[in-house]
Every structure is written in structure tokens, then in C-alpha cells.
Design a protein around this ligand. Structure first.
Ligand SMILES: Nc1ncnc2c1ncn2[C@@H]1O[C@H](COP(=O)(O)OP(=O)(O)O)[C@@H](O)[C@H]1O
Ligand SMILES: [Mg+2]
Length: 352
């Protein structure tokens, strides 16, 4: 298991005045509907435990109302839990003094919002510099950092424009630059790309993945879109009605959906872009070591669509999977690749 930057342990959130008293009832099995009916309290989150990987992207996915925003707001303690713990780099966020919490929010965490949350009467430059001014860094450093991030997200030349003069995609680049400029280790992104048109959204996903390769921040990314979750997430947790229904890698979720609810999301996914060659290859044994098949070399960790494309290009039915050191670690057949790309027939019509 990779080191966790953010550890959420048995987190409960009930909205209402008697929330703490009612945690035991929920622990004992009282559901959202009954809690509302009998006690007029809303169940936000129930027994959430997630270890979010340091330097990785943790996606939290679920339909509207499933508790995603409630969960992410516990990380910087914009919401007080009814029970449970949030531990960040070994520190319990709930035990922080007000002063400590303020420091933590200014320096350790940045947020990117769905509606960009830019200050309309300030220029792009001033919007990006905003978090730094709050941090109290020198003017000189503010300028250097803001300029660097404005350029890095592709907005050089727009420094003196106002948000309303920019397209949605460009505004979200400003939001990203502002969050990155503070140098915070943790980025919280609540449906940050959900308001963008599909092509621009895909663009922004590329920008984020590109930046992440270089920066390796701990990112908590919320979305209701499975394709986005699969593209961005090193780990994915799926919420329904305030509970985690499944968590794991994208591949694990696509290959072994925990229930019919998740299966219904997963059915539409392009499996070729999710399943890795390592999952379906025939591993090398001592007997077959050193024996290459005819066909292209595919890097371990590639998705099977890439393998299919390489085999089609070379017009062969086999390929070799190679490790980072160039050694062959397994073999693929085109037939095996194609079989894995097609959704198993029994998944297409799940029992009702
Ligand atoms: N302040 C609040 N008071 C009462 N109920 C709330 C409050 N905030 C959120 N909820 C409820 O908690 C549930 C989860 O909401 P939310 O976290 O906003 O979902 P999501 O971000 O997944 O759409 C919903 O049922 C919502 O109505
Ligand atoms: Mg939300």
C-alpha cells in the first residue's frame, strides 16, 4: 500500500442539531429515509474510510446528492463531522486549534471550484496572486509565482484581462493557476471540470494530468462522470447515498463491479482504455523466459487498446509485454486482447 496523505476513518455526517446523538442509530443500521422520517435529520455520510495516496489522484465519484461535496469539505474542515477522523500527513484535522487550522488552509490546501469562483472585478493576474497575498509572501515572490503559473496553464498574454473576457475553459485554467500558485501539497477539486463542454473538459483533463506528472500533488478530484474518473483517478471511490459502494483502481472497478449499480455505470465504458496488458497477458515462466513471440513490444502498464493498435499496425496476432528494463514479462494474443475489450455477454443485461 502506498503512503496515505489523507486518511479518512469511519467518518459520519448527519445534518441536524442532534447529529452526534444519532450517529449510534445510524451505526446500528438506520438508513437515510428512516433518519429523515423519524428524526428529521439528513444522512450525509456513513462510515467512510478512505486512504488517499500521497502524490496521487483520488477520485470520488457518485450521482448528485450522494455526498461528494460533503466529503471533500471535511478535508479542510469546512464541515464538522458527526463522528470519525480526518488525518492529514499524520495530523488530526479535527484536533487543530483555530490558528493552526487557518495556517493549514492557507498553506497546505488549495481548492478549485466548479463555477471557477474568480473575482469578477479583478484581472487574471490579481486573481492568481490572490492566495499568495493572503499567505503574506513578498511582492517579488508573488509576482514570480503568479507569472510562472499563468504561463504554465497557457494564459500568457491574458494577465490584464478580466474573467468575463475569457471562455469557460480559460477561466478554469485561471482557477487552476490560482490553486497551484500557493504551492499547497493538496488540491481539492469539486466537479472542477463538470461545467465545461466535452472537448474543453477533455483538454483540461490533459492539462491536469500533464501538470500532475511534474508536480505529484495529492489531488482529491470529485466527479459524477465515470470516463473522467477512469482517466484521472489513480484510485476511485464510488459513493451512493452517503456510503462507499466500492473503492479501488479504475481497472478493478471495471473488471469486478461490486454490484448492479456500479455495473450499470461500467457497462458503457471503453474497456480497451482501462484494462492493462498485464492483467490479460500470459506471464513468462522459467521455461519460456527469453522466448519472444513475433510481434511488437508493448510496455507493461499500457492499456490493451494500445496493444491492439500495435498488433493491427504490424499485422500480427501476437505481441510481447516488456518491463521497464526491456525484458519480456509476458505474451499477448490479438484474440485475447479483443475478447477482453468486449463486455462479457452476461454483463449486458444484469438481472433486475
Ligand atoms: N447543509 C446541509 N443541510 C442538510 N442537508 C444537507 C446539507 N448539505 C448537504 N446536505 C444533503 O446531504 C446529501 C449529500 O449532499 P452533497 O454532499 O452536496 O452531494 P453531492 O456533492 O454528491 O451532490 C444530500 O442529501 C444533501 O441534500
Ligand atoms: Mg457536490
Amino acid at each position: 500500500m502506498v503512503e496515505a496523505a489523507i486518511s479518512i476513518r469511519h467518518l459520519y455526517k448527519i445534518f441536524g442539531a442532534r447529529d452526534r446523538e444519532l450517529v449510534d442509530a445510524v451505526r446500528g443500521g438506520m438508513g437515510k429515509a428512516e433518519l429523515l422520517e423519524r428524526h428529521h435529520h439528513v444522512l450525509g455520510l456513513k462510515d467512510i474510510s478512505i486512504d488517499m495516496p500521497k502524490g496521487g489522484i483520488q477520485v470520488v465519484m457518485g450521482l448528485s446528492g450522494s455526498g461528494k461535496s460533503t466529503l471533500i469539505r471535511h478535508i479542510n474542515r469546512l464541515i464538522e463531522p458527526s463522528g470519525g477522523e480526518v488525518v492529514i500527513s499524520g495530523e488530526n484535522v479535527l484536533a487543530m486549534s483555530p490558528g493552526k487550522l487557518r495556517d493549514f488552509r492557507r498553506h497546505k490546501i488549495s481548492m478549485v471550484f466548479q463555477r471557477f469562483a474568480l473575482l469578477p472585478h479583478k484581472t487574471i493576474y490579481d486573481n492568481v496572486v490572490y492566495g499568495l497575498a493572503i499567505q503574506g509572501v513578498s511582492r517579488e515572490k508573488q509576482r514570480a509565482s503568479a507569472q510562472r503559473w499563468i504561463e504554465r496553464v497557457g494564459l500568457k498574454g491574458y494577465e490584464n484581462r478580466y474573467p468575463a473576457q475569457l471562455s469557460g475553459g480559460m477561466q478554469q485554467r485561471v482557477g487552476l493557476a490560482r490553486a497551484l500558485a500557493t504551492d499547497a501539497e493538496i488540491l481539492l477539486m469539486d466537479e472542477a471540470f463538470s461545467a465545461l463542454d466535452p472537448l474543453i473538459r477533455s483538454d483540461m483533463q490533459s492539462v491536469l494530468l500533464d501538470l500532475q506528472e511534474e508536480l505529484q500533488k495529492t489531488i482529491v478530484f470529485i466527479t459524477h462522470d465515470l470516463d473522467e474518473a477512469l482517466r484521472l483517478g489513480d484510485r476511485i471511490a464510488i459513493l451512493r447515498d452517503g456510503e462507499i459502494v466500492q473503492q479501488g483502481t479504475g481497472q478493478e472497478i471495471v473488471l469486478t463491479p461490486a454490484d448492479a449499480y456500479i455495473q450499470s455505470f461500467v457497462r458503457e465504458v471503453n474497456r480497451g482504455r482501462v484494462i492493462e496488458v498485464d492483467t490479460i497477458m500470459r506471464p513468462v515462466t522459467p521455461e519460456t523466459a527469453g522466448m519472444a513471440s513475433a510481434g511488437p513490444s508493448i510496455a507493461s502498464g499500457s492499456v490493451i487498446e494500445e496493444a491492439a493498435r500495435a498488433m493491427a499496425r504490424d499485422d500480427v496476432g501476437t505481441a510481447n509485454v516488456v518491463g521497464p528494463d526491456g525484458r519480456i514479462v509476458g505474451g499477448l494474443t490479438l484474440q485475447g486482447v479483443l475478447a477482453a475489450m468486449v463486455t462479457p455477454a452476461e454483463d449486458r443485461h444484469p438481472p433486475r
